[in-house]
Design a protein. Structure first.
Length: 114
């Protein structure tokens, strides 16, 4: 049986953070997505794979240290994959997550027109 995106453990992508025993998978996912630049990185990877430099440029020149940390966390969470040429792409799980964010994006567009 496939593991859903909601079953990604906070401990898998951020072993330096203590995880209370009472945590819930949705909280873990929101913690990951709430990190600076995490959603933007995922959003920019929704199309074709990008090199590190192209991804950094697409993310408005996010600092190299923050981008490297987010990519490491997103890779450990199984939503982003990278190759030896430093090109990054969404995994199947990452594409599933982007599909789930689509309705949120539509809501945000309506909300912005208020």
């Amino acid at each position: 049986m496939a593991t859903s995106i909601y079953e990604v453990s906070l401990a898998r992508y951020a072993s330096d953070i203590e995880v209370p025993a009472h945590r819930h998978p949705i909280s873990d996912l929101l913690d990951l997505l709430g990190r600076r630049w995490a959603l933007r990185v995922l959003w920019e990877l929704r199309g074709e794979p990008l090199s590190y430099g192209a991804l950094r440029q697409a993310c408005d020149e996010v600092s190299t240290s923050v981008l490297a940390q987010r990519l490491r966390e997103l890779r450990q969470a199984g939503v982003v994959a990278g190759d030896d040429a430093r090109r990054y792409a969404l995994t199947a799980r990452g594409r599933e997550l982007i599909e789930l964010l689509g309705p949120l994006n539509e809501f945000a567009r309506r909300w912005a027109r208020r």
